[in-house]
Design a protein around this ligand. Structure first.
Ligand SMILES: NC(=O)c1ccc[n+]([C@@H]2O[C@H](COP(=O)([O-])OP(=O)(O)OC[C@H]3O[C@@H](n4cnc5c(N)ncnc54)[C@H](OP(=O)(O)O)[C@@H]3O)[C@@H](O)[C@H]2O)c1
Length: 303
């Protein structure tokens, strides 16, 4: 079988790099232009990139992911998180290409104790969440064969994330205070990338299949404190320094953007429709720590 040709927008981020690592070259040919090669804030460039008849599918990993920075750069965040996602979806539909787009648990306020299903009402409490929600709405309105995977608290060996920040701080300090009253569902960039490829394969194999919104996190939940404790317990076995951890309330730890308090994602729909279930999050954390020493795939094949 000829490999499926996939345009990966924002493909040099955490999830994009894991897509590059996981995609079997016998089955997938990924093109991952970076920002200098395809600026998603440029509508004409986005439409031109897709209108070349070169692709079988599109994955959009691009986003403004600086949650605090989005508060003072709402227009910039909105352009990539909402407008560009909509342009990609419109162009993908015009070309007849299935699309996978990533969104976030931050479309919810986190005030519910119960797990959130895909049908739960959205109510973002920061600019990042609001612009990602607008992106979801534009993608769903533009493309009946778009799949939105809502992921959360993404961890990987690449770029900046909570795991890498904890290890860096742990190396410098003997004591760390970590927020213990905000709970969520960690997601490995590798697990999100694997799910995207598995979903896309099923969409490509069945042209009659329609899209929709899916929650896609690793199994289980954790507060930031619990996540940090597991990170250091596993990292210590690998020779990293582990500081003493102190739980603190979010109210004692001011951030520019408000964060949801408690977002537990119910992921049964992904299993029901696509037979995809992600492993428990501690297994993913262990794998990320193991892979920190490995080189990060930054090679690109954008032509
Ligand atoms: N990170 C998380 O904790 C988290 C949580 C929930 C959901 N998500 C969602 O998951 C998806 C993937 O996240 P991630 O962690 O992989 O993100 P990431 O590491 O921040 O990567 C985002 C990528 O988008 C690119 N990008 C941003 N603006 C662009 C533009 N105008 N033109 C071209 N490229 C642009 C970035 O380019 P540069 O390399 O030039 O910066 C980067 O490569 C996103 O939709 C995000 O909203 C992430």
């Amino acid at each position: 079988m000829t490999p499926r040709r996939v345009l990966v927008a924002g493909g040099n981020g955490q999830v994009g790099r894991e897509l590059a690592r996981l995609a079997d070259p016998a089955r997938w040919e990924l093109s991952r232009p970076d920002r200098s090669q395809l600026d998603l804030a440029d509508e004409g460039a986005v439409r031109a990139a897709l209108a070349q008849g070169r692709w079988d599918a599109v994955i959009n990993c691009a986003a403004w992911t600086d949650v605090d920075g989005a508060e003072s750069h709402a227009d910039d965040a909105r352009r990539v998180n909402a407008a560009a996602a909509g342009w990609l979806a419109q162009a993908a539909r015009a070309e007849g290409l299935p699309m996978v787009h990533f969104s976030t648990d931050y479309v919810f306020s986190g005030t519910s104790e119960a797990p959130y299903a895909e049908t739960a009402p959205t109510d973002p409490i920061n600019v990042y969440g609001q612009t990602k929600l607008e992106g979801e709405e534009l993608v769903m309105a533009a493309h009946p064969r778009a799949i939105i995977l809502r992921i959360a608290r993404v961890l990987s060996p690449h770029r900046t994330n909570f795991l890498k920040t904890m290890l860096a701080l742990g190396a410098q300090r003997d004591q760390l205070s970590v927020v213990s009253d905000q709970t969520g569902c960690p997601t490995g960039a590798s697990d999100a990338a694997g799910a995207a490829l598995a979903v896309l394969e099923q969409m490509l194999d069945d042209p009659g299949r329609v899209g929709g919104i899916y929650h896609c996190t690793n199994a289980g939940q954790a507060s930031w404190f619990e996540l940090a404790a597991t990170i250091f317990a596993l990292a210590e076995q690998k020779g990293y320094k582990a500081p003493q951890l102190t739980p603190v309330m979010a109210s004692e730890f001011k951030t520019i953007a408000a964060r949801p308090r408690n977002v537990i994602m119910a992921c049964e729909k992904l299993y029901r429709d696509f037979a995809i279930r992600l492993r428990p999050w501690p297994d993913m954390v262990a794998e990320v720590i193991d892979s920190l020493a490995l080189p990060s795939p930054t090679d690109r094949n954008w032509k």
